[in-house]
Design a binder for this molecule. Structure first.
Ligand code: HEM
Length: 83
């Protein structure tokens, strides 16, 4: 089934936003950025979104996401957390 290209999906649009270092550093905290089963739980997605939108994550000068990436994550959540 072809997905509406206007609605972001996890594998195609969201997973590539995370660097290997993001996934590796957050896994021990139970924040499984590369796992759809984790990320598709709305409360988890909102927590991740909140940390990025507030620029707490990823840490380090210059690592904050540009608005375009933040908006893409927001549209994925608002679009129903599609795989
Ligand atoms: C896009 C990438 C990342 C996301 C979405 C993310 C997400 C989160 C979330 C949701 C928390 C829980 C506390 C909060 O809401 O702020 C957290 C905490 C934490 N993260 Fe990340 N993280 C990312 C990258 C990283 C990286 C690259 C590192 C290490 C180099 C890191 C280290 C930490 C540490 C040490 C904590 C616990 C202390 C704290 O709350 O500040 N994170 N992260």
């Amino acid at each position: 089934m072809t997905q509406d290209s206007a609605t972001p999906g996890f594998e195609h649009d969201i997973l590539p936003l995370f660097r290997p270092v993001d996934i590796e550093h957050m896994a021990p905290f139970g924040v499984q950025l590369d796992q759809y089963t984790y990320m598709s739980v709305a409360a988890n997605a909102e927590r991740v979104y909140g940390s990025i939108a507030a620029k707490r994550m990823p840490p380090g000068g210059g690592n904050a996401w540009p608005d375009e990436k933040v908006r893409l994550l927001r549209s994925w959540i608002d679009g129903g957390l599609l795989p």
